[in-house]
Design a protein around this ligand. Structure first.
Ligand SMILES: [Fe+2]
Ligand SMILES: [Fe+2]
Ligand SMILES: [Fe+2]
Ligand SMILES: [Fe+2]
Length: 432
């Protein structure tokens, strides 16, 4: 379908009562894990839609345009509340956190396989291993603080295992800047894929920044701080792929197009009928937002919207188990590091003045909370919390070895030998 040719719901009919805005949440115990990931993602997409329009209006001199964008922005805010508050009150912060990292892993893996630009794909594969490691670190705490099994949330769709250790995700933010696409030649799918992932990562950052205080344990609070800062790096990395010379109207159009594609994908995939109807209704809202954004572009820039977003819809957020894809990246890329000028290097060949070292040394000098999570669980039950094929679990020490930086390690780094012991206990435990 060409979303520019579809008919949406007029703006005046998008204004809903509070009762229509605040819907009954899904049930934490019954919900499909991918119903949760869609709900988490759409909250992030709406936050970005709302936030971008604030930045737009603050910078735009034309009063009529500002009025128009203000009206739509309020509706985005109401959609955001609906999506965000489908989550139930008894879903703990750590439960939700595992959901956020499951979004990051499975969404990034899907986007990487549906990305026409090879360089953008490489960046997704790189970021993927970092969120995969976050999932592992948080899973230790979900067990220690709340006694929960990660599969209560993940439902065996996503593995839990060490990847590129979080202590190595801290880099100079200037170095995180990647090479951006060229807006005149980029595929519309690339533009929309990137904005989808930027929205998800930004919301992950915001959630950690805003909820890390909700636990009393200092080590857990510090883990939220550490990973929140990595999500800041992820937002920086993914947003830098966007051509900065896009005009505000062009960006507005891409934002609405991204909302259309994601709601379409949610509507198509959703197994919970009640939520499916919400996604369908919001898709019709977004088609109207897109029509208005296209009109603004035509009137103010005399440009054809199809030049920017093409004439067809994409499916950026199809969720399914990505274990096989992730395992392949895990076995080959834990030693990968970002280097200057948008390049990628290997841990074996980093120059002595590599800019990541100074940041890691400054932030981890009193110990990395991400290492502490494993130290504590090892002291408590003798092994880490993992969920993967036994063959893969046996590779934990080797995966760590390939990823360790020779020049800098946090003082509390869990060693390869300690991993060997944990793996032995884990495997024996499985056979009981
Ligand atoms: Fe929206
Ligand atoms: Fe993450
Ligand atoms: Fe992330
Ligand atoms: Fe919208």
């Amino acid at each position: 379908m060409n979303p520019l040719k579809e008919k949406g719901i007029p703006l005046e009919k998008q204004l809903r009562s509070w009762q229509e805005t605040v819907k009954r949440p899904y049930n934490k115990f019954d919900a499909d894990n991918y119903t949760r990931t869609r709900q988490i993602l759409m909250n992030g997409i709406e936050i970005e839609a709302w936030n971008f329009k604030h930045a737009f209006v603050r910078c735009h001199p034309n009063l009529e345009v500002r009025k128009q964008v203000n009206i739509i922005r309020r509706l985005e805010g109401m959609q955001q509340m609906t999506a965000a508050w489908l989550a139930p009150a008894d879903q703990t912060v750590l439960d939700t956190t595992l959901g956020y990292e499951q979004v990051a892993v499975d969404l990034t893996a899907w986007l990487a396989q549906n990305e026409p630009d090879d360089y953008v794909k490489e960046t997704y594969d790189f970021g993927l291993l970092e969120d995969f490691d976050h999932l592992y670190r948080y899973a230790q705490w979900a067990y220690m603080a709340e006694g929960s099994d990660p599969n209560d949330i993940l439902q065996d769709m996503t593995d839990v295992l060490i990847a590129r250790p979080t202590q190595y995700h801290h880099n100079c933010n200037a170095m995180r800047i990647r090479r951006h696409y060229d807006k005149t030649t980029a595929n519309p799918q690339t533009k929309m894929n990137i904005l989808t992932l930027v929205s998800a990562e930004q919301q992950t950052h915001n959630f950690y920044a805003d909820h890390g205080f909700m636990y009393g344990n200092e080590d857990l609070r510090r883990l939220y701080a550490e990973i929140c800062d990595v999500e800041e790096e992820h937002v920086s990395m993914y947003e830098s792929l966007i051509d900065p010379s896009e005009t505000p109207f062009e960006k507005l159009l891409i934002h609405e197009f991204t909302e259309v594609c994601n709601y379409y994908n949610c509507y198509k995939d959703e197994s919970d009928l009640r939520l499916r109807l919400i996604w369908e209704e919001f898709l019709a809202y977004e088609i109207e937002h897109l029509r208005i954004a296209a009109e603004l572009l035509k009137v103010h820039e005399n440009r054809d919207p199809e030049e920017i977003i093409g004439d067809k819809i994409f499916e950026p957020s199809h969720f399914e188990s990505q274990k096989e894809y992730v395992t392949n990246i895990l076995e080959n890329e834990t030693g990968k590091r970002i280097i200057s000028d948008g390049g990628y290097g290997d841990v074996e060949n980093l120059p002595d003045d590599w800019r990541g070292y100074a940041v890691q040394e400054a932030s981890n000098r009193d110990g990395a909370p991400s290492e502490q999570a494993v130290r504590l669980i090892r002291a408590s039950i003798g092994h880490d919390i993992v969920s993967a094929d036994e063959k893969l679990i046996r590779k934990e020490p080797e995966l760590l070895e390939r990823s360790l930086e020779k020049k800098y390690q946090a003082p509390n780094t869990v060693t390869v030998d300690e991993y060997k012991e944990m793996v032995n206990i884990n495997i024996k435990g499985d056979k009981k």
